[in-house]
Design a protein around this ligand. Structure first.
Ligand code: AMP
Ligand code: ZN
Length: 468
């Protein structure tokens, strides 16, 4: 399997540190608002990559943080007159709901910055002791000149950057020894949340959070570190500097970065105000449509959000689902007999699609081409597995389709339990309508149930139902 490594700017064969295991860290959102669909892009593409690693048999330790202390969170708290903690807690909960709705698996661990402050103080102390950081008036800075490889990930010319930064002075940071030095710890301002440290009552800088959480949950050297491409500089460059200097070993072997989700060919971002939240989209579409839309482009290509592309993703999802439903019906109702040679051939061809799918995914997580393989499989099924096909053929083809779709996190068949509870709730609504003598509604619900293949039986013990 090959991964495009931003560090070397080449596609490299993936070799994990420990055979059969993968440690992966993905920078998560700053929680001061509902997440937008730009934030959803790394969640979906790296969740898909994780699912693919698991499909290949790897055990994946997947860590993704919540940044829950930050200027923007404090500002939101002041505006609402609540604590920063309350804002963070609320939006972590909302974010988890959005992730579940997008069928993004929960990480093995979702650490929160505010619960890891001790580890940060310890790492900062270590960096000071080893001469990689210095303190000025309660603020601790990382000394970028102390790390020879600084700039290696972003491939930046440091001298250009230094002169650029010299013109762009941030007030309060005049005491930095070098314009590229960055904050590890800063003193609190009035009314801000703070923690006690040897340098001041204050809070950590953003970059140190990820170095510490990656170390704690994954170890000093990790296999894969991922995030949006805007994080390459300075965030990931700074994470590498901190971790390498504190731990004395390389930080991450592979760096993966997704390109931006744009709108009207401009970056979708909270600060520009040109964004849709995941909730906005959920009001209009099944979020599986959003997921398929995201996966229809290569993760390293910019993707422009548009109503047309969403409609086309919706139609694609329906095509897959219709095929899956037809196969399910055939598997339930078809004749239970041995397959003919021709039918065995059809099934084997279908099973061969897994290798084609894996080949595409092995090429740097190429979900767009992997999706095309799924459409080819759908075409194969529609052409060769007719109604009345034997159970074993339909069930076998369906297994391949659901397995490949599941690697992409696409749900092609509603779960039977979900369907059952939906039917039961419709029956309850119909009973309520009848009780209220609203027979028109009661009849409409009966017809809807009939269209789903559900027959109602009025019995002495109440209404029973069966699939016909
Ligand atoms: P933030 O909350 O801004 O730190 O972003 C959380 C994650 O979303 C980071 O990995 C960002 O790189 C990513 N991200 C933010 N906006 C976009 C966008 N428009 N397209 C793709 N990724 C984004
Ligand atoms: Zn990070």
């Amino acid at each position: 399997m090959k991964i495009f490594n931003s560090l070397t700017m080449t596609k490299q064969e993936f070799t994990p540190i420990e055979p059969g295991k993968v440690s992966m860290y993905v920078c998560g959102p700053t929680v001061y608002n509902l997440i937008h669909i730009g934030n959803a892009r790394p969640m979906i593409v790296f969740d898909t990559f994780r699912r693919y690693l698991e499909h290949k048999g790897y055990e994946v330790n997947y860590v993704s943080n919540f940044t829950d202390v930050d200027d923007k969170i404090i500002k939101a708290a002041v505006e609402e007159g609540v604590t920063a903690e309350e804002i963070a807690k609320r939006y972590i909960e909302e974010c988890r709901k959005d992730m579940a709705a997008m069928n993004v698996k929960p990480a093995t661990t979702h650490p929160q910055a505010t619960l890891e402050i001790d580890g940060m103080i310890e790492m900062i102390g270590e960096l000071i002791r080893s001469g990689h950081a210095y303190e000025k008036n309660g603020t601790v800075y990382f000394s970028t000149r102390s790390f020879r490889s600084y700039g290696e990930l972003s491939h930046k010319n440091l001298d250009d950057l230094r002169s650029g930064f010299r013109d762009l002075k941030v007030s309060g940071e005049e005491e930095k020894e070098d314009p590229l030095d960055f904050v590890l710890w800063k003193p609190k301002k009035e009314g801000e949340p703070f923690w006690t440290s040897p340098w001041s009552d204050g809070r950590p800088g953003w970059h140190i959070e990820c170095s510490v959480m990656a170390k704690r949950y994954l170890g000093d050297t990790i296999d894969i570190h991922a995030g949006g491409e805007d994080l390459i500089f300075p965030h990931h460059e700074n994470e590498i500097a901190q971790s390498t200097c504190a731990n004395g070993v390389p930080f991450a072997h592979y760096w993966m970065h997704n390109a931006f989700l744009n709108i009207n060919n401009k970056k979708m971002s909270k600060s520009l105000g040109n964004f849709f939240t995941v909730r906005d989209i959920a009001a209009q579409y099944d979020l599986q449509v959003l997921r398929l839309f995201m996966l229809s482009a290569h993760y390293r290509s910019p993707l422009n959000f548009s109503a047309d592309l969403m409609e086309s993703a919706k139609a694609s999802l329906e095509r897959i689902r219709n095929a899956a439903e037809r196969l399910r019906d055939a598997a339930a109702n078809g004749p239970d007999r041995e397959l003919s040679d021709r039918e065995r051939g059809i099934l084997e061809t279908a099973q061969g699609f897994t290798a084609r799918f894996d080949e595409r995914m092995d090429d740097d997580n190429n979900t767009a081409d992997a999706l095309s393989v799924i459409f080819d499989l759908v075409r194969h099924a529609n052409t060769n597995v007719q109604d009345g096909a034997p159970k074993a053929l339909a069930a076998g083809v369906l297994d391949v389709l659901t397995e490949l779709a599941d690697v992409l996190g696409l749900i092609v068949l509603e779960k039977k339990e979900d369907l059952d509870s939906e039917i039961e709730s419709m029956i309850e609504q119909r009973q309520a309508a009848r009780k209220a003598r609203d027979f028109a509604t009661a009849d409409r619900i009966r017809d809807e149930l009939k269209a789903k293949g559900i027959e109602l039986l009025d019995t002495r013990e109440g209404v029973k139902w069966k699939r016909i």
